[in-house]
Design a protein around this ligand. Structure first.
Ligand code: FDA
Length: 394
């Protein structure tokens, strides 16, 4: 005999727990199944352990999707202020770090405790270390075969996340279920991920590993202004993670270091007032020292005085720094990617409820859907908002 419940949610991550809370508030009997030992593992490690739980400015423009309008409805119905009200109701201290990014003052575990407490209040049944063997249509509902036996439910919510960080239990189950029920998939790829360089490029910039600088990173028409970090494998830092979601293999990225200043104009002014200054010394007042040396060497100007440089030579030097063009070899892949781009095609989903249009009772929420946020709390906001939307309907 199969056990019976109203709603089965696969995945006790951000989206699944939010959905459980909301469906439970409507009086639905909810079972949340997860193969992991603990719920919300990605919440626990997020934001350096402090969870960047939302972004106060989050709106549809901060998300990548084949259908940029799809996220509008869910984001409008559950806003960053709504999540903040929940955080405050639980007395969790928070702060804005930068650019609207809200973090816990103490620990990401406070967010997990908050969600678990809300789930307990509505008697949502959390079952960890539960393997999902198969999912099938059963009458008007669904039968989920688990390692502990079958469960029948009227509604099935798939909240099992994307492919990022397989070490933490990411499986791609959501995509298999979507395919099984005839939903389309948008090709998946790693997002918010460091970019790698080939061995020759690494040898050229190897000595810069560990250097960080303020920059604008551009790929095509999209640019992000934040820090860039040079590593032993290639490029990282927030500006690179952001642009990685837009970058495609074979494309170049252009870095404008120190985007607020006109390096050519400054060097010309120093040439006028302190013409005897060496190029690398002058650059050292503008850029981190190792970068200054790198660009002076690259232009074969180390040891030369500024007074010896023509306008053309100064302009070329400045361009090498403020239009630094790099062709990454690849990315670090799902091993370190914070998110998975692509996923369940939104064409097959109702944007108000996240229900599959052709399969009544089947819902997809969170990262498995083809809606991916920028770095900075947007991905959790999508998880809360899409989980909330399904929780009103499932
Ligand atoms: P999520 O991946 O959270 O949950 C899916 C759940 O399903 C997991 O509990 C998993 O165990 C379970 N599951 C998977 N396959 C299963 C199977 N076959 N059977 C049973 N259960 C299964 N975002 C943000 O906004 N702010 C931030 O600070 C960060 N920081 C951050 C750091 C790092 C290191 C990473 C990797 C990611 C972030 N993110 C982030 C992104 C954020 O973590 C992500 O967008 C959300 O966790 C997605 O929530 P979901 O609930 O959709 O999936």
């Amino acid at each position: 005999m199969a056990e019976k419940t109203d709603v089965v949610i696969i995945g006790a991550g951000a989206a699944g727990m939010m959905c459980a809370i909301e469906a439970g508030k409507r009086g639905r009997r909810v079972a949340v199944l997860d193969h992991a030992k603990a719920p919300g593992e990605k919440i626990r490690i997020s934001g350096g352990g402090r969870c960047n739980f939302t972004n106060i400015h989050a709106g549809p423009k901060n998300f990548l999707s084949t259908n940029p309008h799809f996220s509008k409805s869910a984001l409008a119905r559950y806003t960053p202020r709504d999540f903040l009200a929940l955080v405050e109701k639980h007395g969790i201290a928070w702060h804005e770090k930068t650019l609207g990014q809200l973090f816990c003052d103490h620990s990401a575990k406070d967010i997990i405790k908050m969600l678990l407490s809300e789930m307990r209040d509505v008697h949502a049944d959390l079952r960890l270390e539960t393997a999902i063997e198969s999912v099938e249509r059963h009458g008007a509902g669904f039968r989920v075969m688990t390692g502990e036996g079958p469960i029948d439910a009227q509604s099935l919510v798939v909240a099992s996340g994307g492919k990022s960080i397989p070490k933490m239990g990411a499986t791609g189950l959501a995509y298999r279920i979507a395919e099984q029920f005839g939903l389309g998939l948008i090709e998946t790829r790693p997002g918010l991920v460091p970019l790698t360089l080939d061995p020759a490029q690494l040898e050229a910039i190897g000595e810069l590993a560990g250097v960080a600088a303020d920059a604008e990173a551009r790929s095509g028409k999209t640019a992000f202004r934040e820090a860039v970090l040079i590593t032993h494998r290639g490029l990282s830092g927030p500006a690179i993670l952001q642009i990685s979601s837009y970058w495609r293999e074979g494309q170049e990225i252009v870095l404008r270091l120190m985007p607020d200043i006109d390096i050519a104009a400054i060097l010309k002014e120093i040439r006028r007032t302190h013409g005897k200054q060496a190029v690398q010394t002058a650059l050292g007042d503008i850029l981190p020292r190792r970068l200054a040396q790198f660009f002076a060497d690259g232009a074969k100007l180390t040891g030369r005085q500024l007074a010896d440089l023509s306008d053309k030579a100064i302009n070329q030097l400045a361009t090498s720094i403020q239009a630094w063009t790099i062709k990454p070899a690849g990315s670090e892949g799902y091993r370190t990617a914070e998110v998975t781009l692509g996923g369940v095609d939104t064409n097959g989903l109702d944007s108000k409820t996240m229900q599959a249009k052709a399969v009544p009772g089947l819902y997809f929420v969170g990262e498995c859907v083809d809606v991916t946020g920028w770095l900075g709390g947007y991905n959790f906001q999508w998880a809360w908002a899409s989980g909330f939307a399904a929780g009103q309907d499932a």
